[in-house]
Ligand binder design. Structure first.
Ligand SMILES: *Cc1c(COP(=O)(O)O)cnc(C)c1O
Length: 359
């Protein structure tokens, strides 16, 4: 494995954009040398790269063969695709943080036939107590809330799937896809972007759809937009996109997928680091925003403190070459965040532990 060439570079624990896989340097040179970056996106060169990349996605992330993988430009674009492709349907959002809230806000701007319910960051979603709208046709939820370091478990997602069998369930897994095992059958549309757990440069999103989502998008036939799901599906039959895609990022994703192990192995590594981190927190009296361990994310940790404490810790860490992520949304000044993403190596986590051991 290629080591970081620039030893002066800080180790970024920012939860997105975050540390990219060190192999990306070589892959960028390979992309340049291969000529793919000058190829037309309707050419056989691009189409075979795209086809192989999608098959690697399915293999490494255990995605069912009958799900469709799309390249988009960002996770935010995926919110928009879902909103306009199912514009006539009632949309219900369950959220506990800034990203989930933003998704609802954007949906509301397209069409106000949407509503939501916010739950507490210590709370496990309780389906009995959630005031769903009577016609929940599209159900949106953030699996890993990057703004506050909480996650929704597979168990809850399974319960939701069972309760809403007819609905189109959409899950934002931007900061967990590529890092944790997701049970794909629990939802119809999964979305993410590559600058988080995929360890790639920013500028591309991924959307993974069940056969039901595709069928419904075609049935409703909303196709006024370049990125309407029905139109995207048509192009994806030949592994193509409606726009000129981010060919470099498709290439880098392809090469990264070839080098990483299966998602279950990656998830094990992240869970092991989380365990160590949780005991370190206990020892050093560090507290996460959520006080309920059952809600804590596997991939993003949000530590709370006073603005002064946080500033001090951040600047001391910086001297040791460690970059923490700022707080986000309403927790901006009262927390800082640490990414537990796969591209971070265990040795880098070791540096983080020794930093905390010595403060
Ligand atoms: C980062 C993030 C987004 C936004 O991703 P973009 O690629 O900037 O559009 C959306 N949702 C969640 C949960 C995120 O962490």
């Amino acid at each position: 494995m290629i080591q970081n060439q620039n030893t002066k570079q800080m180790i970024s624990f920012y939860p997105g954009p975050s540390k990219i896989y060190p192999q990306v340097r070589e892959f960028m040179l390979e992309a340049y040398d291969s000529g793919i970056l000058s190829s037309n996106h309707r050419s056989t060169e691009f189409i075979s790269l795209s086809e192989e990349t999608i098959s690697l996605m399915k293999e490494k992330l255990n995605i069912p063969q009958d799900y469709t993988v799309f390249y988009t430009s960002s996770a935010t674009e995926c919110w928009e695709i879902i909103g306009q492709s199912f514009i006539s349907l009632n949309s219900f959002h369950i959220y506990n943080g800034a990203f989930g809230k933003k998704w609802l806000d954007y949906r509301n701007r397209l069409n106000p036939n949407s509503s939501g319910h916010s739950f507490g960051i210590d709370e496990i979603i309780n389906l009995e107590k959630t005031p769903f709208s009577t016609t929940t046709e599209v159900l949106c939820l953030t699996q890993n809330e990057t703004s506050n370091g909480t996650q929704v478990s597979n168990t809850i997602l399974t319960e939701i799937r069972q309760k809403f069998q007819e609905s189109i369930i959409c899950i934002d897994a931007t900061s967990s896809m590529g890092g944790v095992v997701l049970e794909w059958e629990n939802a119809d549309i999964w979305l993410a972007s590559v600058q988080k757990c995929f360890g790639l440069p920013a500028g591309m999103g991924l959307m993974i759809c069940s056969p039901k989502a595709i069928k419904k998008a075609i049935k409703f036939g909303h196709n006024q937009h370049y990125n309407s799901l029905s139109f995207m599906t048509e192009k994806m039959q030949d592994f193509q996109t409606t726009i000129t895609p981010n060919v470099l990022n498709v290439f880098l994703l392809n090469r990264v997928l070839k080098t990483i192990p299966n998602i279950s192995e990656i998830h094990q590594k992240l869970k092991a680091r989380k365990e160590v981190f949780l005991s370190l927190c206990e020892e050093k009296k560090l507290f996460q925003l959520s006080e309920n361990e059952a809600t804590l994310s596997d991939t993003v940790f949000a530590i709370k403190g006073t603005p002064e404490e946080i500033e001090k810790l951040k600047s001391e860490a910086k001297k040791k070459g460690i970059l923490f992520g700022n707080g986000y949304g309403k927790w901006k000044n009262t927390s800082f965040r640490i990414a537990n993403f796969p591209a971070l190596e265990n040795a880098e986590w070791g540096k983080l532990y020794s930093f905390f051991k010595n403060v």
